[in-house]
Design a binder for this molecule. Structure first.
Ligand code: F6P
Length: 382
C-alpha cells in the first residue's frame, strides 16, 4: 500500500499530529506514505518531470532549507519524529490549489481557472498510489469528494480552527485557537481597566461564531458579536453605558470577523476573485468607531488575526488529530473510501464526505453556551 497525504486550505494546529499518526499507523501495517507538498501542487509535473522534496527529518530552524517547494516527500517514522507538538504543516499548504479550478496565468497576463483534475488523477496512478488521506476544511473536503468521484480512493480528515465542519463535534485546531484568543482577552482586560477604555477584539471564524463565543465567554467579554446573531450597535452601547453606571469603566467587546449589524453587511478586506474566496475583516474598527461616536468612550480595536492559527496544538487538539490520523488508516484498511473521519464523542467514527460537504456548522441559537453567556449578563447586541 502506498498512501498519499495532502494538507489543504488554511493551516491549523494539529496538522502535523495527523500526519504523524497516519505515517506511523501505516508503517505498523508495512505500508508506505508520501506527502504531497502544498495541497495538491506537489503531484504536478515541473518541466515535464515529477519532483521529490528533500526528505530529511523535520525539526529545528533549518527544516525547509534546500527543499524544493513542490514535489512529493517520502514520509517514514524518521520524517515525522518530534512533530506532534509543532504548529503548521510539514507539507505546506495553500488555499489556492483546487485542481478543478486551478488558477493559471494566461499569456495576456490575466488569471483563469483551469480544470487540472485529470492530470492529478494521472499523476496519482503514475506514482502507484493506492489511497489519499486529504486533510482539510470544507473546501478541501469537497475537492476530496470530487477526486473520489474521479476514481481516487480518498479518506478525508476534517480540519479548521473555525470549527464549522458539520457532522463532527470538533475539528482539531479549534481548541488551540480558542485558547490563544482567551489568553489575548485576559491580557486585554488589564490594559482596558487601567485606561477606562473599551477594547474591541476581532477574531477569526469566517461565517461561524464558534471562536468568538467560546473565547468570549471564557475570557469574560462583556459583549460578544457573532454572525449567527446580527447586532444592533445601540444595544452594544447600552451594555457599555450600563457597566459605567455600575462603576465598571471599561468593557471588552469580542467581535467575530463574520459578524454584521442587523442593517448592514459583513465587512470585507477583499472580494472573492479568480482562485480565491472573499477575505473577511474590518468589523472591529467599524464597531470601535461607532462606540466612540455614540458613547464618547475612548475605544481601541485590534485584530488577533493569524496568531489564532499558530502555535503548538493544545492537548485536546493533539489527541483529536492523532485519533483522526489513525482512524483514517483504519478506514483505508477497511476500504471505506469517500468517507471522512469525524468526532462523535466518545468515539471517532466515519461519515460519507457527501453528507458534510458544502455545509456550514453554525452556532445554534439555542446553544447552551449562548444561554450561559446571557445568564451571566453578556450582551450579544440583540
Ligand atoms: O478558515 C480559517 C481562517 O483562518 C478563517 O478563520 C479566516 O477567515 C481565513 O482562514 C483567513 O485566511 P487567509 O489565511 O487566507 O488570510
Amino acid at each position: 500500500m502506498r498512501i498519499a497525504i495532502s494538507t489543504g486550505g488554511g493551516d491549523a494546529p494539529g496538522l502535523n499530529a495527523v500526519i504523524r499518526a497516519v505515517v506511523l499507523s501505516a508503517h505498523q501495517r508495512g505500508w508506505q506514505c508520501l506527502g504531497i507538498r502544498r495541497g495538491y501542487d506537489g503531484l504536478y509535473r515541473r518541466g515535464g518531470r515529477f519532483t521529490f522534496a528533500y526528505a530529511k527529518p523535520y525539526g529545528g530552524q533549518d527544516r525547509r532549507r534546500g527543499e524544493p517547494r513542490g514535489g512529493l516527500m517520502h514520509l517514514g517514522p524518521d520524517q515525522v519524529r518530534g512533530i506532534t507538538h509543532l504548529g503548521g504543516t510539514i507539507l505546506g499548504t495553500t488555499n489556492r490549489g483546487n485542481p478543478f479550478h486551478w488558477p493559471t496565468r494566461m499569456p495576456d497576463g490575466s488569471t483563469k481557472e483551469i480544470d487540472r483534475s485529470d492530470e492529478l488523477v494521472e499523476a496519482f496512478r503514475e506514482h502507484q498510489l493506492d489511497a489519499l488521506v486529504a486533510i482539510g476544511g470544507d473546501g478541501s473536503l469537497t475537492i476530496a469528494h470530487d477526486l473520489w468521484k474521479k476514481g481516487i480512493p480518498v479518506v478525508g480528515v476534517p480540519k479548521t480552527i473555525d470549527n464549522d465542519v458539520v457532522g463532527t463535534e470538533a475539528t482539531f485546531g479549534f481548541d488551540t485557537a480558542v485558547s490563544t484568543a482567551t489568553d489575548a482577552l485576559d491580557k486585554l482586560h488589564t490594559t482596558a481597566e487601567s485606561h477606562d477604555r473599551v477594547m474591541v477584539v476581532e477574531l477569526m471564524g469566517r461565517y461561524a461564531g464558534w471562536i468568538a463565543l467560546h473565547s468570549g465567554l471564557s475570557g469574560s467579554a462583556d459583549v460578544i458579536l457573532i454572525p449567527e446573531i446580527p447586532f444592533d450597535i445601540d444595544k452594544v452601547c447600552e451594555k457599555i453605558r450600563a457597566r459605567e453606571l455600575a462603576g465598571r469603566n471599561f468593557s471588552i467587546v469580542v467581535v467575530a470577523e463574520g459578524a454584521r449589524p442587523a442593517d448592514g453587511r459583513v465587512a470585507l478586506l477583499e472580494a472573492a476573485k479568480t482562485g480565491s474566496v472573499e477575505r473577511l475583516g474590518g468589523i472591529a474598527s467599524q464597531v470601535a468607531a461607532a462606540i466612540t461616536e455614540k458613547t464618547g468612550k475612548e475605544t481601541r480595536s485590534l485584530v488577533l488575526g493569524h496568531l489564532q492559527r499558530g502555535g503548538s496544538p493544545t492537548t485536546f487538539d493533539r489527541l483529536l488529530a492523532l485519533r483522526f490520523g489513525s482512524a483514517a488508516v483504519r478506514a483505508i484498511a477497511e476500504g471505506d473510501f469517500g468517507s471522512v473521519v469525524v468526532y462523535t464523542p466518545p468515539t471517532v467514527s466515519r461519515r460519507p464526505i457527501s453528507d458534510i460537504m458544502g455545509k456550514q456548522k453554525l452556532v445554534p441559537l439555542d446553544s447552551g453556551i449562548i444561554l450561559t453567556a446571557r445568564n451571566l449578563g453578556v450582551s450579544f447586541g440583540d
